[in-house]
Design a protein around this ligand. Structure first.
Ligand code: HEC
Length: 159
């Protein structure tokens, strides 16, 4: 009986050890080279600006004018910007940057998903869709900023 108890104890000990060693978190392999602020200013904002500036309508003395991508180089640049935002959404979610395990990742993922729609619009060379998906990207930026970024007392965005 006593021996059985001992065996039980040893088995329990072994099992708990296994459980602990299996669930132990490996250290993150990522190195966050940029602060969130730098990532925003140097990677995310320039890429978003290129998308937002690519399609526009404005009035001149000679009437309505439209800015839109024309050459293949224009489209390629837009593709690269959409791709940058898609992958930047992952950069925001790496352990050392994520502010929490819930809403932050939801907002970051939303940015990637909206940017993916821009990529599809670019691949279809659909100017109106580039504009529309650009607006959705803006909303994704704003949503996260409203919860996690404080841009002064009026709460407005910097861009
Ligand atoms: C998942 C959350 C999140 C998303 C999505 C996000 N941001 Fe940010 N952003 C932040 C946080 C947090 C800060 C404040 C960083 C700080 O001051 O440390 C910030 C700051 C900024 C800044 C100011 C940087 C500075 O220090 O001057 C700009 C510009 C900016 N974001 C642009 C964007 C744009 C453009 C997008 C969308 C294309 C975007 N952000 C999407 C979280 C986010």
């Amino acid at each position: 009986m006593r021996f059985k108890l001992k065996i039980k104890f040893v088995i329990t000990l072994l099992l708990s050890f296994l459980l602990v060693s299996c669930t132990k978190k490996e250290p993150s392999p990522y190195i966050p080279y940029l602060s969130i602020s730098e990532l925003m200013q140097w990677v995310i904002d320039p890429a978003a600006d290129r998308i937002w500036d690519s399609v526009a309508w404005y009035s001149t003395l000679k009437g309505e004018k439209m800015v839109a991508p024309h050459s293949q180089a224009d489209w390629d640049e837009l593709r690269n910007s959409a791709a940058t935002l898609m992958e930047a959404s992952n950069l925001l979610m790496i352990d050392q940057r994520a502010k929490d395990n819930g809403a932050w990742n939801t907002y970051a993922r939303a940015l990637g998903l909206e940017a993916k729609k821009t990529l599809s619009a670019v691949q279809a060379k659909d100017v109106q869709a580039v504009f529309d998906t650009g607006t959705a990207i803006d909303a994704a930026c704003e949503a996260c900023h409203q919860k996690y970024a404080y841009f002064g007392t009026n709460g407005s965005d910097k861009h």
